[in-house]
Design a protein around this ligand. Structure first.
Ligand SMILES: Cc1ncc(COP(=O)(O)O)c(C=O)c1O
Length: 493
């Protein structure tokens, strides 16, 4: 196919050029009725292509024209048999994969460090999760990926598993050994689903980890908006081979879609694919070199550590995405949260993620050299001994346990009920600090990265209460519970 084409973007341009008089949604009528300040800021063009599905424009729910062609071009570029554009992120992708692959009560192996949208998929599908413990690097305070050995053992212990679901890469850019895992899973006739939300660029550069489509996953998802240039919420779901029921997948996708999809978003997926297919290797080479240079320079600063290749080969670290720059700041006495706040308030830099130990920055095809220089400069300043002591001094919240590097991530709590059953059960609120032994009825995820430490159906352990209270004290935002401050928690009655 001709990858220089962007048929969907083209279809929208042709509609605008044809000067049609609109009597259709959206009500702003190509911007004429839009709020003036908003229109002046966003510009006329984006409003002109904010249209509705119609002949010539095509319909994401029933693609027959330009969207069909755009999705076929994306499938070819990614090496998939079918690609579907998503406009509610990989969040909906995870939910669609689960709803397609598993029925109520059927077993699916899932890593514990999955994004919370995977749990939404479990609640909706009613599937029975078998949690796999990802390799944990206590020194780095980081969950890595699930190893082939863990997948094999899980399949041995649960021969009735229907599917294996993986997250690769992790939020920190750690990739699993997908080729080995694919062989293990498919030898036993199970489905392999991969949440590759953070790897939409992998297919387009040989220095990046192998993509899930190349490794032969049955379905995988990419957040095209995360590491490539599509608008926020834009993602793709790829399907490969004949193990997945395509009719079921298509029916599920329709259930998750608005009947009024945002067309500029769909067009942004079309052009993001064209950009990668035509310029991806060159753009990504530049990005990777910049990120590697920044990593090298950060590692020359005392008290700062940004991991790289030296971690490869550790348990659960099969490969690494060099465009994720994780900066460990505990050597300066700061938590990642504190460093993130200083970077924002003092240097006007916003990172993607902060955790207790690190900040994580994305280097993408949109990162300029100037931005990279500013990033390095901020850390050089942060590490200076003679820096004026001010409101941004370390708070001391990094207590002895953590600075000694012995802080333990909490163990997976016992599952007492299926996520769906706990979610739908009669519940009550109890004080969080007195909730040990109760069955949790909500999802508790420090955000970012949005990985649940407690899921519906799991027993709340004293260890988890300690861990979460510490995270809250350190300033982390908790997503999922009814009470944002987690003073009370919803438990099964
Ligand atoms: C591993 C993983 N999967 C899925 C998602 C959800 O992606 P989206 O924001 O595109 O809905 C995220 C979001 O951070 C994620 O980290």
């Amino acid at each position: 196919m001709d990858q220089t084409k962007a048929p969907y973007f083209q279809a929208l341009l042709e509609y605008v050029d044809s000067g049609v008089q609109p009597f259709h949604t959206p009500g702003h009528m190509q911007g004429h009725g839009a709020d003036q300040a908003f229109r002046e800021f966003v510009g006329d063009n984006i409003l002109a292509i904010d249209l509705t599905p119609m002949p010539g424009i095509d319909d994401l729910l029933q693609p027959m024209e330009a969207i069909k062609e755009a999705q076929e071009l994306a499938a070819e570029a990614y090496g998939a048999d079918h690609t579907f554009f998503l406009i509610n992120g990989s969040t909906s992708g995870n939910q669609c994969m689960m709803m397609t692959a598993v029925n109520p009560g059927e077993k699916i192996a899932v890593p514990r460090n999955s994004h919370k949208s995977m749990l939404g998929g479990l609640v909706m599908s009613g599937a029975h999760p078998i949690y796999m413990q990802p390799a944990v690097d206590q020194e780095m305070h980081m969950d890595n990926s699930v190893t082939p050995e863990t997948v094999e053992r899980t399949l041995d212990e649960h021969p009735d598993l229907k599917a294996v679901y993986l997250v690769s890469p992790t939020y920190y850019g750690v990739a699993a050994d997908l080729v080995a895992i694919e062989r293990i899973v498919h030898e036993r006739g199970k489905l392999l689903l991969v949440d590759e939300a953070w790897g939409p660029h992998f297919k387009f550069h040989p220095a990046l980890p192998i993509s899930a489509t190349e490794a032969g996953a049955d379905m995988c998802i990419n957040s095209t908006h995360k590491m490539l240039s599509a608008f926020s919420q834009c993602a793709m779901l790829h399907q490969i081979g004949d193990r997945v029921r395509l009719d079921r997948l298509k029916a599920v996708l329709k259930m998750f879609l608005s009947t009024s999809p945002n067309l500029p978003m769909v067009a942004s997926l079309d052009v993001a694919r064209r950009q990668m297919a035509t310029e991806g290797p060159a753009l990504l080479s530049r990005t990777i070199e910049l990120a590697e240079e920044v990593r090298r320079r950060l590692n020359e600063i005392d008290g700062i550590y940004s991991f790289g290749e030296e971690l490869q080969g550790r348990e659960g670290v099969y490969d690494l995405d060099p465009t994720k720059v994780t900066v460990r700041v505990t050597g300066l006495g700061y938590t990642g949260y504190e460093a993130s706040e200083i970077l924002r308030k003092r240097y006007n830099i916003q990172v993607e993620l902060a955790d207790l130990f690190n900040v994580v920055a994305l280097f993408t095809i949109g990162t300029t050299r100037e931005a990279a220089e500013r990033f390095v400069y901020a850390f050089e300043e942060l590490a200076r001994d003679d820096r004026a002591v001010d409101m941004y001094a370390p708070s001391g919240i990094l207590d002895q346990r953590m600075t000694r590097g012995t802080y333990q991530l909490p163990a997976i709590p016992p599952m007492r009920m299926l996520p769906r059953d706990a979610f739908l059960a009669d519940t009550e609120f109890v004080p969080f600090k007195e909730s040990a032994g109760r069955i949790c009825a909500e999802t508790i995820s420090p955000y970012p990265p949005g990985i649940p430490v407690l899921s519906p159906g799991e027993e709340i352990t004293p260890e988890l209460i300690d861990y979460l209270r510490l995270e809250i004290r350190a300033g982390v935002r908790i997503q999922g519970p009814y009470d944002d401050e987690l003073k009370i928690i919803r438990v099964v009655q």
